[in-house]
Design a protein around this ligand. Structure first.
Ligand SMILES: Nc1ncnc2c1ncn2[C@@H]1O[C@H](COP(=O)(O)OP(=O)(O)OP(=O)(O)O)[C@@H](O)[C@H]1O
Ligand SMILES: [Mg+2]
Length: 270
């Protein structure tokens, strides 16, 4: 497995359809660090992630992974999406996991070894010959993670990977990601709506302002020992702080759109 690489964002802006969605983003993620990204819905978290993935290269500023500028997608960065439709439905789980290696021209034997190793890592060995349509949502997310890990990326970008899963499955997969992060040493940037999930997993949590031209609002280090217990006072306080941080931002957007009444506005200001 490749060692984790740094992610370096300097004054980054990403535009969609002529609109500057995120703007002036400065962020340094250390090699092997786990950073969670939170923010109001529609603020531009996915847009920023896609900028780092290289799907939508930055319109301004500098995006670097390791010592390389990002100008497009690359094998050094693996992306896990919320939707399990990201898997190829016409390929088996094993073929999905082998896909990147096949594109890179890796020989069949080595591909099979890579797939077996990474399917084992995510506990999917028994489902290797099934098609994505035959799997549960949790299994499909595991398959996506195995597919990314098989490319041995230095950076893993995850966009609400557990957003569509039930609470129990989400908890199981959170523990798995925590373990895989340690085993692989990869750098992880993890977008989520779930504040508790962010506090459970991340070294640092970053919140964003409402867009357009969304910026980074708060950077909170999570100095709690692993494995974390969300009921311990430090974790409870952090969850509350981040919830208030994001709620204030959501409220600011509603006021700007005239969707909050004057009395509520006064309450919000209090
Ligand atoms: N082609 C486009 N042209 C202009 N604006 C766009 C385009 N595509 C998306 N947007 C806007 O970009 C903003 C950011 O979208 P993005 O998907 O990055 O938000 P997000 O923070 O990931 O939201 P969510 O939490 O709901 O996933 C949204 O307000 C969206 O309306
Ligand atoms: Mg999104």
């Amino acid at each position: 497995m490749a060692q984790g690489a740094s992610i370096s964002l300097e004054r980054v802006a990403v535009r969609l359809g002529g609109v500057e969605i995120v703007s002036g983003i400065d962020l340094e993620v250390a090699p092997g660090e786990f950073v969670a990204l939170l923010g109001p819905s529609g603020c531009g978290k996915s847009t920023l992630l896609n900028g780092i993935a290289g799907f939508t290269p930055a319109a301004a500023g500098r995006v670097r992974v390791g010592d390389r500028p990002v100008t497009g997608p690359g094998i050094d960065r693996g992306v896990v999406f919320q939707s399990s439709e990201a898997l190829f439905p016409w390929l088996t789980v094993r073929e999905n996991v082998e896909y990147g290696a096949r594109i890179r021209g890796v020989k069949a034997r080595e591909r099979a070894r890579l797939a077996a190793e990474h399917l084992r890592m995510v506990g999917l060995s028994a489902a290797a010959d099934k098609f994505p349509g035959e799997l549960s949502g949790g299994m499909r997310q595991r398959a996506q993670i195995a597919r990314v890990l098989a490319n041995e990326p230095a950076v893993i970008l995850m966009d609400e990977p557990f957003g569509a899963l039930d609470a129990q499955t989400r908890e199981v997969l959170q523990r798995e990601v925590d373990r895989l992060w340690r085993e692989t040493g990869a750098t992880i940037l993890f977008v989520t709506h779930d504040i508790a999930e962010a506090v459970l997993l991340a070294d640092r949590v970053v919140t964003m302002t409402t867009g357009p031209r969304a910026r980074i609002k708060t950077v909170a280090p999570i100095d709690l020992a692993h494995p974390r217990d969300l009921e311990q006072p430090g974790a409870v306080a952090l969850v509350r702080l981040l919830r208030d941080d994001i709620a204030a931002e959501v409220n600011r957007a509603l006021v700007a759109q005239g969707l909050v009444l004057a009395t509520e506005r006064a309450d919000a200001a209090a």
